[in-house]
Design a protein. Sequence first.
Length: 139
Amino acid sequence: MIPVSKEIEHTKIYAEIEMIRFPNIRVEYDIRDEECCVPALTIQPLVENAIRHGVRSRKEGIVKVAAYREGNEHLIVIEDNGTGFTDLLAKSEDVTHIGIKNVRERLEQMCNGTMTIDSKPDEGTRVVLRIPASKETNK
């Protein structure tokens, strides 16, 4: 487990490289909760997926990363205005989504967290990570 600020720092380095390669994309951050700890490589792979599979093909692709506290939970939200996908497509390409599977498993096993994904074709995708604040590492 690492502070969310370290994970965001790592994510920003990756995103800056991608924004140089693809000037049509932008990654924005709204980090209001820096007390949370997350498993390493939790946010960066989700931002990478949003860029690679969602916004690269858009004229103006935007990925937003937010971290905030809501009640007894730390929430991390990664959303994009990308191509989106259907549940059927996600299931048919399950093997190619090993990064998402790994993030979900690390969240569940390391901090009793959850991940939900809501995607709409041609509108974008929203991933919400919920981490209980009651854990000692997530005050």
